[in-house]
Design a binder for this molecule. Structure first.
Ligand code: ADP
Length: 587
């Protein structure tokens, strides 16, 4: 049974912690030169050296980095992200840290790494780019795991099929890469991609975490089609139609290089049980290729902003949104954003107030007035040729026109409204990183997402807003949130911004999100995704019929990964080789 760490943090209260604050359980300091900050559980220094030597034999020395110096952990910029830890840490930054990071060059390297990890019983944590902001970055759930940087070398766009409107990508392809490809090849007038708020993440990584964007193709998982996956034992599969060989494939090539069935990216389900879902938010496989549908250029586009003056109209606004969205008059994934989210993109807190406390209603109103925004701001878009857009707009305008004080704007009318200009790009699949600005609301801004699912009803929206704002303020934070409207539900994204250099601020943020998870579960609300530190707690709330779903997940995990080497603890699923209680994150 794997026990928590050879080295454990000495303190959970202080500021930045030096590596010397790490001790073996018997109090000894890590002393061996070249040792990582933290070793994999159960692995001693000579074994680790042997392990990394054999890793280097597989991928080459340049593709193995031992995380041995604290300086490695000072890399904390979105544009140049760390590959070894969670940059937006809520525990000490040395907590969710890899012992080493390996970058496979191709599929056989991934297979060999999986076999080696089985041999040494070292946990391995795959990521594609490792940005994953607000959810743990590149950090592994089990400190000291081997990080597997899938994106560094495996970053090719393997195919863009214009007629079929799809792409096949490797893990390292970012939203920027795919968009640039379309622009450079003069394909933007034929095809669009969908992008999340920040374009620097991996298309594959975001999709397998079930991330969302804002065009009509906003549900990325819904739009994926076909995957290639290395299982924990190193075997290679293709899902869906990819399991049916291409009759023209060259049998002399290794399987990962063989051409695939021509319907692999056209029909998701193939034959028999549909496996793809078990590789999302999962510890059952390492994804090496993924198909993604692209949107055909709709032939016309117009984004818009509708401002909703106060909290009083929130209920009515959501009741208006539901039938329009279900009926697809609202064609894309629109957002209803609280004004402080927009304010934070346009300035930090000191731009607006000297207050160190959560802002009051009248202070928030003053900010809205200054920015010419409502308390809530609805960003949507119309897609299609002009006559179609015109008819849709009449319906949208008439519906929202019932809200007293609602105002309507096109981006052309508000050139200085930075958020509307950004949304105008995002809603047509043009990536940017400008939204990250809201993280700087507080100095040394770090953030966590609390992301419960809500019904698209005024009652649910009001109740979630009331709860999350009240709790945020109780723990000393401003409420910054947005309702992201899917096909039948809303992802209510509450952005908890804290000062990551201030231990008290981090502790309050952690306590706040943990409290919210419990509050929400009591009301029947569950989160769609979470940070490493909250995975166990949230998994425990999905406990219908004596945790029947978790028992199934554990059964599958233990069958596919008997040594428990692949991402143990991911989304609260622990292999039988780990004592899950002992691995709970301290709070
Ligand atoms: P981003 O695209 O935001 O940079 P990451 O690359 O960090 O996101 O991926 C987010 C999470 O998705 C990872 O922590 C990991 O759990 C999972 N993941 C990403 N890529 C893969 C992959 N190729 N195979 C299996 N899981 C992956």
């Amino acid at each position: 049974m794997k026990e928590p760490q050879s080295f454990v943090p000495e303190t959970t209260t202080g500021g930045p912690t030096a590596p010397s604050a790490y001790r073996k359980p018997n109090g000894e300091k890590p002393s061996v030169a070249g040792d990582p900050i933290i070793l994999p559980p159960g692995i001693d220094s000579p074994t680790f050296k042997k392990f990394t030597q054999q890793l280097a034999d597989i991928v080459g020395r340049d593709n193995v980095t031992v995380i041995s110096k604290d300086e490695e952990l000072y890399q904390e910029s979105y544009l140049d992200p760390s590959k070894a830890h969670d940059m937006f840490h809520i525990l000490e930054k040395q907590y969710f840290v890899s012992s080493a990071v390996v970058a496979p060059r191709d599929v056989p390297d991934v297979q060999a790494i999986m076999r080696l990890c089985n041999e040494f019983e070292v946990p391995v944590w795959p990521f594609s780019i490792g940005r994953n902001v607000g959810y743990g970055g590149a950090g592994p759930r089990v400190p000291g795991s081997l990080g597997m940087d899938m994106g560094r070398n495996m970053n090719k766009i393997l195919n863009v099929d214009v007629e079929g409107a799809y792409a096949l990508v490797e893990p390292g392809v970012t939203f920027f890469d795919l968009h640039d490809y379309l622009v450079k090849n003069n394909l933007r007038d034929r095809l669009w991609i969908d992008v999340p708020d920040l374009g620097g993440g991996s298309v594959l990584g975001n999709t397998c975490e079930r991330g969302v964007g804002y065009t009509p193709y906003g549900d990325h998982w819904m739009m994926h089609c076909g995957m290639e996956v290395v299982l924990p034992d190193g075997s290679l599969i293709r899902t869906g139609m990819g399991a049916l060989p291409d009759p023209n494939a060259d049998p002399n090539l290794p399987p990962h290089e063989q051409t695939a069935n021509s319907c692999w990216q056209l029909f998701n389900y193939g034959f028999g049980p549909y496996n793809d879902g078990i590789f999302t938010q999962s510890s059952l496989g390492v994804i090496t290729k993924m198909g993604i549908w692209l949107m055909t250029n709709p032939g016309g586009y117009q984004s818009y902003l509708i401002t909703i003056p106060s909290d009083k109209e929130l209920h009515q606004a959501i009741e208006i949104i539901r039938p329009l969205r279900v009926g697809m008059v609202l064609q894309n994934v629109p957002t209803l954003r609280h004004v402080l989210m927009d304010a934070a993109v346009m300035g930090d807190k000191t731009t607006y107030s000297d207050s160190k406390k959560p802002l009051t209603d009248s202070e928030i109103d003053a900010i809205a007035k200054k920015l010419n925004l409502g308390r809530w701001n609805f960003y949507g878009a119309l897609y299609g040729p002009e006559p179609i857009r015109e008819v849709m707009w009449q319906v949208v305008k008439a519906s929202f026109g019932n809200i007293p004080g609602a105002k309507f704007y096109f981006p052309e009318e508000m050139p200085d409204n930075k958020v509307l200009q950004i949304r105008n790009n995002t809603l047509q699949g043009i990536p940017s990183v400008d939204e990250l600005k809201w993280v700087d609301w507080l100095p040394n801004g770090g953030h966590l997402f609390f992301s419960p699912i809500a019904k698209v009803t005024g009652d649910d929206a009001l109740a979630q807003y009331e709860l999350t704002r009240r709790r945020s303020e109780e723990f000393g934070f401003d409420f910054i949130g947005t309702f992201v409207v899917g096909m039948r539900e809303m992802h209510h994204i509450v952005c908890i911004v804290y000062d990551r250099k201030d231990a008290d601020s981090r502790r309050r943020a952690h306590k706040l999100i943990s409290t919210l998870v419990d509050d929400a579960a009591k009301l029947g609300w569950g989160e769609y995704r979470t940070h490493l530190a909250l995975m166990d707690q949230i998994a425990e709330t999905y406990n219908f019929n004596d945790n029947a779903q978790m028992k199934l997940n554990e059964k599958i995990k233990n069958a596919l990964d008997p040594k428990g080497i692949l991402a143990p603890g991911k989304n609260g699923i622990w292999p039988s080789t780990y004592d899950k209680k002992a691995w709970r994150v301290p709070i």
